[in-house]
Design a protein around this ligand. Structure first.
Ligand SMILES: [Zn+2]
Length: 336
């Protein structure tokens, strides 16, 4: 069976890079992550250098931590120049999929680290090319979906969207509450993504999208990335399977067509205790953490290809889902 290139629309791997390099490791991606990506056919990851989580020396809201993480990623790129690529431009996207390489596009998961002294432009200058407004909680720009206040963007949040419009970068509407989602979508000047969320009609989690959100996203030319975290797949632990996740995909394709879905698998098997501790803080998070039963690591991504072909998707459709849909939106956002 033919292998398909995979774009991972959301990875937390830089957090792990930070933790490992803080304890003296080098070549972290090349040695501990790239082999699994290669096995799964993953050619590119949108990889977060921020977020609201904290643990030990890592604090994703702290500009110092984020800047240090970005510096670590640049060091990793320099150490492994033959195999790792940073995606900054449309031209860099053209090179995604070169044999034996992994491309990374840096993302801020939530704008918590953006302050008067550390404006968006500073992160953009250092290579960040995608961002969401919030993680699960609220910040000065908007409200996350876990503690939904019923309020949308703040004035600062609206200004931040304008700023994102001004830079050639990808707006990610993941994690934001519904009010903020629709406001931000109205203000966005280019197609956005929701990098790692599933369908609320199938699995009623605070992190998943309503049908109205999915329809609005598709009207703006956006793409949603399916999330392999079990609690976003099904409310029952035993039903959190690869096939149940693909029911979400079928549903999205029926609702908004084949051009608006990809994968943002969110595999954090390398730091699962860290994530479990951080999720416990959110009242709406229930149950334990596992990944799609049958596909528990990034190295399993080709299993989705097999299942999609078995479900009757044609090869060109599978290609769109595994890579081309996200690549199209990234092309529409990044600079020349
Ligand atoms: Zn997330």
């Amino acid at each position: 069976m033919r292998n398909f290139i995979v774009i991972d629309g959301h990875s937390d791997y830089p957090v792990q890079v930070f933790r490992e390099r803080e304890s003296g490791s080098r070549f972290v991606i090349e040695k501990k992550h790239l082999p699994f990506c290669t096995q799964g056919g993953v050619a590119m990851e949108v990889a977060t250098v921020g977020g609201d989580f904290s643990n030990g020396t890592w604090n994703g809201k702290d500009p110092g931590t984020v800047l240090k993480t970005i510096a670590y990623i640049h060091q990793e790129m320099a150490e492994s120049a033959d195999s790792l690529r940073l995606v900054l431009t449309k031209n860099d996207l053209e090179k995604v999929g070169e044999s034996g390489t992994l491309s990374m596009l840096l993302n801020l998961e939530g704008a918590a680290c953006i302050t008067g002294n550390y404006p968006l432009g500073k992160y953009y200058e250092l290579g960040v090319r995608a961002m969401s407004l919030t993680h699960n909680g609220k910040n000065i720009f908007a409200h996350g979906c876990a503690r939904d206040s019923g309020r949308g963007l703040s004035d600062l949040g609206r200004c931040l969207i304008e700023e994102i419009n001004g830079y050639d970068m990808i707006l990610d509407l993941v994690h934001i509450n519904e009010y903020g989602f629709f406001e931000a979508l109205d203000l966005a000047q280019r197609p956005p993504v929701v990098s790692h969320s599933n369908v609320k009609t199938i699995c009623n989690s605070f992190r998943n999208l309503t049908d109205d959100q999915l329809k609005a996203l598709s009207r703006r030319g956006g793409v949603v990335g399916l999330n392999c975290l079990g609690f976003l797949i099904d409310g029952a632990f035993e039903n959190q399977t690869i096939d149940r996740l693909l029911d979400h995909l079928d549903y999205i394709v029926d609702l908004i067509g084949i051009d608006h879905v990809g994968f943002g698998p969110d595999y954090i098997d390398y730091m699962i205790d860290f994530t479990r501790e951080n999720l416990k803080k959110f009242p709406l998070y229930r149950g334990d953490l596992q990944f799609a039963i049958g596909a528990s690591c990034i190295s399993d991504m080709q299993k989705f290809v097999d299942r999609l072909l078995n479900r009757g998707y044609l090869e060109p459709e599978v290609e769109k889902i595994m890579s081309l849909n996200f690549l199209r939106v990234y092309q529409q956002n990044l600079p020349e």
